[in-house]
Design a binder for this molecule. Structure first.
Ligand SMILES: Nc1ncnc2c1ncn2[C@@H]1O[C@H](COP(=O)(O)OP(=O)(O)O)[C@@H](O)[C@H]1O
Ligand SMILES: [Mg+2]
Length: 212
């Protein structure tokens, strides 16, 4: 299988119409984190802490998704298959932003997607939409990366209140100045506490996640 992606939490392989994701090992995480931030070599405690958080959030996301009745199409029809995950292969949103007008339409669609997630009782909380979200051929925005998903309303409220998107990679590195301005205003106008209360609907849960 051809490897087409790699983040901190998953190795991603092409299977044609779908992708298969395997868990990154601790050693892979060390290499990735030091590549992202070489200073971590001199702060082993922080390196370890970051790895432990990533492992815990990955395990939690997988278990929580499994036990909840959320619309799987929002997650590119994610399915669990043993120790791996299978998802529809989608187009990465960051590859759709070269034309400014088109990019603004994708930003609007991404915000509508976040609200659709609220209606399903969850949200991704880092807003790295250029690398973690994609679109189906029909043009529906989906979440590829489940690693930083939360089902807790307090965490979502905190993320929108602090405008968490302003510190994310996508905002700082992947957008032109004009798009950054457009994105920040659209996010601030729409991801409000008032809208959250209006659209939030907790998902039904079945069973328990023991690790929490
Ligand atoms: N369903 C998918 N379709 C196409 N590419 C994908 C898909 N899922 C992941 N990728 C690619 O792999 C990369 C890493 O996957 P991601 O789920 O974000 O893993 P991580 O949680 O480790 O960051 C993504 O940024 C994207 O380029
Ligand atoms: Mg990712």
């Amino acid at each position: 299988m051809k490897k087409i992606g790699q983040g901190l939490q998953f190795n991603v392989y092409d299977q044609g119409e779908t992708v298969r994701k395997t868990y990154t090992t601790k050693l892979q995480m060390i290499v990735i984190l030091i590549r992202w931030s070489p200073m971590l070599l001199f702060n082993i405690r922080l390196l370890n802490k970051t790895i432990n958080i990533a492992i815990r959030e990955r395990a939690s996301a997988i278990c929580e998704i499994e036990r909840r009745g959320i619309k799987r199409s929002l997650l590119a029809n994610l399915k669990h298959d043993g120790n791996t995950i299978v998802q529809d292969k989608v187009l990465v949103l960051g590859d759709k932003l070269s034309d400014n007008d088109e990019a603004k339409t994708w930003i609007d669609k991404y915000i509508a997607f976040i609200i659709a997630c609220w209606k399903n009782g969850f949200s991704e909380k880092t807003y790295n939409f250029t690398i973690n979200n994609g679109t189906t051929e029909r043009g529906d925005v989906v979440l590829m990366d489940i690693g930083e998903i939360t089902f807790k309303r307090s965490e979502i409220l905190e993320a929108i209140e602090s405008k968490r998107w302003r510190t994310s990679w996508s905002y700082k590195k992947d957008l032109s100045q004009e798009l950054r301005r457009y994105y920040d205003k659209a996010m601030s106008d729409n991801l409000t506490q008032k809208n959250f209360e209006k659209y939030w609907k907790p998902s039904n849960t079945y069973g328990q996640c023991i690790h929490q």
